[in-house]
Design a protein around this ligand. Structure first.
Ligand code: ZN
Length: 176
């Protein structure tokens, strides 16, 4: 039975003859140039976690271009492969039925939480100067300038109204 596999990272998509025959019969989309923006292991884990939760089809191999998990598009098709993921917490062994961290069986929710906490990129002050954040920074700056101009205009108007009010109330002696 042939199956269609795809890589969520680099969009490689191919038709395989079988799970055990990872030579593509037909490449449906070449892909291959895109790389994960987050750490490689975290990207692979996120695909695995979605697959294990049933949001994606089973993982049936490694992408020949970017080494990320390849997903089968047939959700109830082949059984997934096993995977060894080196992480800051230790070696995570992912099997069809269970996940182990250094030989200890883990449940999906808790290991997911721990891996995310250990590997997800945190905010760093340096990212403020990142060129990708420049647009947002300039936009905020313009908003800030507009807001302060508005406040200044409002204050000016208030002072003007008060001044006019005071002037009206001053009794100007009429000439006899
Ligand atoms: Zn790929």
């Amino acid at each position: 039975m042939s199956l269609v596999v795809r890589c969520l990272t680099c969009h490689h998509r191919a038709r395989w003859r079988d799970v055990g025959a990872p030579e593509p019969v037909e490449v449906l989309q070449t892909g291959g140039s895109r790389r994960p923006a987050i750490p490689h292991e975290l990207a692979a884990w996120r695909v695995w976690a979605r697959s294990l939760r049933g949001e994606l089809g089973p993982v049936v191999g490694r992408c020949p271009h970017c080494d990320q998990p390849l997903i089968s598009e047939q959700p109830d098709g082949p059984s997934p492969v096993s995977w060894v993921l080196p992480t800051p917490l230790g070696e995570v062994q992912i099997e069809t039925e269970q996940i182990q961290l250094d030989g200890e069986v883990q449940d999906l929710a808790s290991i997911d939480e721990r891996l995310e906490a250990a590997m997800a990129p945190r905010f760093s002050p340096r990212s403020l100067f990142d060129i990708r954040n420049l647009f947002g920074g300039v936009f905020l700056l313009i908003l800030g300038v507009l807001a302060s101009l508005w406040v200044m205009a409002a204050l000016f108007l208030v002072r003007f109204i008060i001044a006019v009010g005071v002037q009206d109330n001053v009794a100007i002696p009429l000439p006899p």
